[in-house]
Design a protein around this ligand. Sequence first.
Ligand code: PMP
Length: 385
Amino acid sequence: DHPVCECNSCYGGLDCSQFLSDCAADANSGDPYFLEPFWMSHAESSAILVAGWHRMGYRYSDGSYISELLVKHIHKLHDMVGNAVTDGSYIVFGAGSAQLLNAAVYALSLSPSSAPAKVVTTTPYYAMYKMQTQLFNSLDYRFEGDTSLWKNNLDNSTRFIEFVTSPNNPDGMLNKAVLDGPNVKAIYDHAYYWPHFTAIPAPADEDLMLFTISKLTGHAGTRFGWAVIKDEAVYQRMIAYTTLNTMGVSRDAQLRVLKLLNFVLEEEEGRELFQFGYKTMTDRWIKLKEILSLSKRFSLQQIAPQYCSFFQKIREPSPAYAWLKCEREEDKDCYRILRAANIIGREGSMFSAEDRYVRLSLIKSQDDFEILADRLMKLVAEEQG
Ligand code: PMP
């Protein structure tokens, strides 16, 4: 008596065929279902079958919690896409990149100094940085808000750890570190640095970079991310963290990721993932822009076309999220205005920005996107009278 599929919020019934016309367009979550059709058309070549007896123990045969073969695949993946320099760098796995955010803060904050390191980032930012840093409530680091508070205020005795999200969640900008100095260390969160979401102007070559399978293949539920680290001591501390925290990442998850990456790397059809991702996301962005071009009440973030070394051409933007702004002075609560039009976004305040901004997820299923587009079209039509 379970439904055969996971119904989108606008469909019901056992096979999700019943359209619920007064449903809300849910553009809140970052679930990457836009890639589901790709994997449906390659269901067999991307499948794994795991026998009951397979790899029951804690460790791989070399005594580690990390599959060496998967590490090799990750180096090869970055070489193929050209989005990161990984030669000579160390790789650490995490249960999603979410686990690695705090592992990285921990690794960069250890020092004989008694004052806690200041963890900062630039508004608008992904809420998890602040929430995790505050949750762990360490003596070695504290969340200290926006980089602008510290930019002209760096002294030589204070240590900073700056989260740099590039492309940024929520607005898709290719951010660079704001703070610069001998006591500043950056964590580059490159969750969205894939050709689906952005031009790749050049391979990223930072000391500590984070990536995730969630936004590359769309397998967010597998919970797999990785860090690319130049410094051996930082690498050792991140390994210590993930070992003490979860004894590494599920071996089953590593096996599934190995299969998915093997398909993407080794098979002609697998490499089409990037073409598929890019086309889906640009089509959505073009449609959204067209709808909102008629509006004076709502605006979108502006992203310029840019040369992409992966596609070897100047390409249109295709961000994962729309960062919508309510332009009218009186529209201070943009979330509420959209909610009244049956659209669920995520409030600007969730990104430490003003509530005249709302993030709309563009990476969900095609049905989700089309319902969102339809609701926005109605809202803009009302404005036109
Ligand atoms: N960083 C950013 C900027 C994100 O948007 C997300 C997920 N939405 C993550 C990290 C964490 O992703 P995961 O734990 O699935 O790898």
